[in-house]
Design a protein around this ligand. Structure first.
Ligand SMILES: O=C(O)CCC(=O)C(=O)O
Ligand SMILES: [Fe+2]
Length: 401
């Protein structure tokens, strides 16, 4: 395989582009917290001429997705400086978007997509309890029609679009090559058959998120949660490691761990679709967003995320051609794959990838929702532990709070 070309973005200093102040990473926490020890994958090794190096890489990926369902990716082709420019653009958005545009571009999650602007008052179109989270999400129609993106970002959409193209068409494609090889399938199996195409983010979406500090009343109502424990519903999620510690993952020892800051690294989440495609060999990453350590409580947290979605019309199903699955069978000890199997054996229809993502977006609840977040409503006690339990299209999703 030829070495992959590094990211080569459009120029930032064109005459039509206003000055964008630099993004300065805030200081990391000095608190002693539980941090996850995650395996880091050097993606450039995939281009190695030495088959032994490549084989070791595949084995490392195999272990990481089995043990943590989560990995750091380094040397994937985007420099720290190029990445900081993208954070600067996100920062610029939240400093310059007007109130009129927040209203005009307001999202409608009840339609099953997050497209547009999310106000900092919960995950519904109408304003609820303040949650301090603002987002802007680009889906296919938002890439195609500049009127659907904030005016202040329009001069920079060439850079943002190329960044997303690189993340999906280069980084995610190489990542899916690694995953295809773990499944012992042809290199482009997941890219050709499962990944959606047709815009910089396919049927998925790119997000600029800003988490602002919250009032005491919000923190009390949500018990410090900023986003519920969840798994992403798609194929893979590409997040960037950020200095404000808030993202947590659920360890095999059933405890939450903060994801440490590794400058420039990409954090990869495995989504529900990929758990099902892999017959349960890959575990969807259980994660949440929690309040940061005390010395970062008053800091703003920017997060850039690209959600890769699978082809919407396909029913969720395992890649039965995989020699790994044929040899070792399914792994259904827990999680969405187990639910999928139950759904199949009961004869009920399994959701398509699109139905699966849209039902979760349209019915999302807030961590501040003290009516839903109670045992007897959306919570259950299992083996003495409070879990969040929802049912979507007949499939039960049980996750740590
Ligand atoms: O901002 C983050 O670090 C994670 C956000 C997240 O998990 C999500 O939006 O699905
Ligand atoms: Fe997530």
């Amino acid at each position: 395989m030829p070495p992959s070309a590094p990211f080569n973005p459009p120029a930032a200093d064109l005459p039509n582009k206003p000055f964008v102040p630099e993004w300065v990473p805030p200081p990391v926490t000095q608190q002693k917290e539980n941090f996850a020890e995650l395996k880091s994958i050097d993606l450039s090794l995939l281009d190695s001429e030495d088959p032994v190096v490549v084989e070791e890489l595949i084995q490392k990926v195999k272990v990481a997705i089995r043990d943590d369902g989560f990995l750091f990716l380094e040397n994937y082709g985007i420099s720290l400086e190029q990445l900081h420019r993208q954070f600067a653009l996100a920062q610029y958005l939240y400093h310059n978007i007007s109130e009129e545009e927040k209203e005009r571009l307001l999202y409608s999650p009840e339609t099953g997509v997050w497209s547009g602007y999310k106000h900092p008052y919960g995950f519904k179109r109408h304003r609820g309890v303040p949650d301090g989270i603002e987002q802007f999400n680009w889906y296919k129609p938002d890439w195609e029609d500049r009127n659907r993106t904030p005016t202040c970002l329009q001069p920079f959409m060439d850079e943002i679009e190329e960044f997303c193209n690189y993340l999906t068409k280069s980084v995610n494609r190489r990542l899916l090559t690694l995953f295809s090889r773990v499944l012992e399938l042809p290199d482009d199996y997941l890219w050709d058959n499962v990944q959606s195409h047709g815009s910089p983010t396919g049927e998925g979406y790119f997000r600029h998120a800003l988490f602002r500090p919250v009032e005491k009343s919000t923190q009390e109502a949500s018990k410090g949660l900023r986003m519920h424990g969840h798994t992403d519903f798609g194929l893979t999620t590409q997040l960037f490691s950020v200095p404000i510690s808030s993202l947590q993952i659920w360890g095999r020892d059933e405890q939450w761990y903060y994801v440490p800051y590794k400058p420039g690294a990409l954090v990869i989440n495995i989504g529900d679709t990929l758990e099902i495609v892999s017959g349960g060999h890959f575990k969807a990453t259980r994660h949440r967003v929690f309040k940061p350590p005390v010395d970062q409580l008053q800091s703003e947290r920017l997060s850039l995320v690209l959600f890769n979605s699978s082809v919407g019309d396909l029913p969720m199903s395992p890649a039965t051609d995989s020699p790994l699955i044929q040899r070792e069978g399914y792994i259904e000890e827990q999680g969405i794959f187990k639910e999928y199997r139950k759904q199949m054996s009961s004869g009920r229809p399994v959701p398509t990838n699109r139905q699966w993502r849209e039902i979760q977006i349209s019915t999302a609840t807030d961590p501040t929702d003290t009516i839903s977040n109670r045992v007897g409503a959306h919570q259950v006690v299992i083996d003495g532990q409070v879990m969040h339990q929802r049912e979507y299209l007949g499939m039960k999703v049980v996750l740590p709070v």
